[in-house]
Design a protein around this ligand. Structure first.
Ligand SMILES: [Zn+2]
Ligand SMILES: [Zn+2]
Length: 138
């Protein structure tokens, strides 16, 4: 299976041993970690890894177009390893978890008289996940 690491390599990002670990922490479906969460995860396998190393790697991953920086509402910036898949997001207001939603499941086809040419649509849908909705009072 193609991994984030493969995609990073293919897009010309220099892969070091440290970056391999950062990419592995970042990879996966429905993953939208903050830089500090990625740093914490990376430190479980590489305790000596520095904050600057992680932040610099993330910036390069984003510059390469392989990782997308996303932000939901007022929340912190998060990193999405699935920039290659056109997708929207379901955001739970209570537990703050984020799920990917295939863009083809709710296709947006705006036709603008202004001649606006759409490159991609990025939509965040806010609400409550099934688990939170179930435990909600009232
Ligand atoms: Zn929830
Ligand atoms: Zn996503």
């Amino acid at each position: 299976m193609e991994t984030l690491l493969t995609r990073l390599g293919a897009s010309g990002v220099r892969i070091t041993a440290q970056r391999r670990i950062i990419a592995e922490c970042l990879d996966g479906a429905n993953q939208h970690l903050t830089a500090d969460e990625i740093l914490g995860a990376a430190r479980t396998s590489l305790p000596e890894i520095g904050r600057a190393t992680v932040y610099k790697a993330l910036a390069e991953f984003v510059d390469s177009g392989t990782v997308r920086e996303v932000q939901f509402g007022e929340g912190p910036k998060r990193f999405d390893p699935n920039a290659h898949i056109d997708h929207h997001h379901l955001v739970c207001n209570r537990c703050e978890q984020v799920w990917d939603l295939d863009a083809t499941a709710c296709e947006v086809k705006p036709v603008y008289d202004s001649g606006f040419v759409l490159s991609h649509a990025e939509i965040s849908l806010f609400g409550q996940c099934a688990a939170c909705a179930e435990t909600a009072i009232g």
